[in-house]
Design a protein. Structure first.
Length: 452
């Protein structure tokens, strides 16, 4: 089943609106959810008639409509900047996993010159960490800036996820992730630099979930900044239901068995992804009615030897870098599980639901905006592994009983998360930002004329 409503809307909107020049900036264009989401939005805006360009720090794809940073040594410097950006963490022992989830944002750039060469109406920031865009870089843009927030970095003292810490509400300092007891540590320095450099930027923030928006509003950095929640969007021509038997044949999975799918970036190495909680839930699931003959299928950038004995048969299918293959994998499953402990959105949730596969997740963070409990999936009590197990069992029982769970999941994604629908909301936001910018400029001109 392919989605045609979005294409019809794109054609009508393209004819009805004048073209906007939008420059998208992102660290990557590759494998993770943030990079793919920004790429799909860029292309959906083009289909709407926008003059949309995308520049990335490290280009991984072969897509001709995405540009790397200019210069013969740009790729080398992009890689070097990622390493250099983390140097201030060394005084805190910042080597290894913790450092990879921080951006200091101190290395100068000439991003403003790049933007002026393109002369956009709007600069749209996506995930710009890992040394790509420094904190002071936002002041280089002489047009309105729209920033899609896909994690927590914009309002913290450097971490991309706080692991439950709320010190960003008081300006950070004494950072638990830095193992620091000093109020004026690196996290306070980074936070203060954001406050100093961002106050004059014509900025609109777009958190991708209600939970993330609530976090932003709790930050003193953005009390006066316009905030609008717009979720991630999905290309529904890529992610759609297919016959389950055909999907399993294509994926080499057995017919007639209950299949649970789980996958994430750093699925076993990042505690935030909840792999430990998944193992605990599966141990309890083995005592439930629908565990018989069930199989767990795991995908992502993990190693097969990282998979412990989960108590039911498990199969590792590796990193899936083809969206059509990923869609077939989702479509082959009876239920997907996302046990993340802190998730800004949960793109795997809408990917699975778009393929007609219900999802069990904790009722926290982004999934609360997506899943309707026992309507198109299951929201487990945070962070009860007992209830997560019950959610897996409930979804399997519902599918076996022939419920319309999968159809309702697909309908939800078509209504709220089609990339064409999301692009239309961004188009309206861009135009509102430009109108407000012109009004401010006109008011300032009137004041100057009156005082002359």
């Amino acid at each position: 089943m392919m989605c045609t409503a979005g294409k019809d809307q794109r054609r009508v909107d393209s004819e009805a609106h004048a073209a906007l020049r939008v420059l998208h900036l992102s660290t990557f264009d590759g494998d993770d959810g943030a990079a793919r989401g920004s790429l799909w939005l860029h292309r959906a805006l083009r289909e709407r008639g926008c003059d949309s360009a995308m520049v990335v720090g490290r280009k991984r794809s072969a897509s001709a409509d995405i540009s790397p940073l200019p210069g013969a040594l740009a790729r080398f410097w992009a890689s070097a900047r990622m390493k250099l950006d983390l140097l201030p963490l060394r005084r805190y022992g910042g080597h290894g996993p913790m450092a990879s989830f921080w951006t200091v944002g101190w290395i100068p750039s000439r991003m403003g010159a790049l933007a002026r060469a393109f002369a956009p109406d709007i600069v749209h920031l996506h995930w710009v960490g890992a040394g790509f865009l420094p904190i002071q870089g936002l002041k280089q843009f002489d047009c309105p800036v729209v920033w899609t927030l896909r994690d927590m970095w914009a309002f913290t003292g450097g971490c991309h996820y706080t692991d439950g810490c709320t010190r960003y509400e008081i300006g950070c300092g004494a950072c638990p992730q830095l193992h620091s007891s000093q109020e004026h540590d690196l996290s306070r320095t980074i936070y203060n630099r954001k406050r100093r450099h961002w106050g004059s930027v014509d900025l609109r923030l777009v958190p991708i979930s209600t939970w993330l928006a609530d976090c932003v509003r709790a930050s003193p950095l953005f009390h006066a900044t316009p905030i609008e929640v717009i979720p991630n969007g999905l290309d529904l021509d890529l992610f759609h239901p297919v016959d389950r038997t055909d999907a399993r044949n294509a994926c080499g999975l057995p017919a007639g068995r209950p299949i649970i799918v789980y996958g994430a970036m750093r699925a076993t190495r990042d505690p935030r992804k909840g792999f430990r909680e998944l193992l605990m839930a599966l141990a309890k699931f083995r005592e439930m009615p629908n565990h018989k003959n069930a199989m767990l299928v795991v995908f992502g950038d993990i190693r097969p030897d990282d998979l412990p004995d989960v108590g039911i048969e498990s199969r590792f299918v590796g990193h899936v870098d083809d969206d059509q293959k990923l869609a077939r994998l989702y479509a082959s499953a009876d239920v997907a599980v996302m046990p993340s402990l802190q998730e800004a959105f949960g793109k795997t949730v809408i990917e699975a639901m778009a393929c007609g596969t219900p999802v069990t997740a904790f009722a926290s963070g982004g999934p609360r905006d997506i899943i309707a409990h026992r309507v198109d999936g299951y929201l487990a009590e945070p962070f009860s592994t007992d209830d997560l197990a019950r959610g897996i069992d409930w979804c399997l029982a519902a599918r076996r009983a022939g419920s319309r769970l999968g159809l309702r999941a697909r309908a939800k994604v078509e209504a709220k998360f089609d990339i064409a629908v999301v692009a239309a909301r961004y188009d309206a936001l861009y135009r509102a930002a430009l109108a407000a910018n012109r009004e401010r400029a006109a008011a300032a001109a009137t004041v100057r004329l009156a005082s002359a």
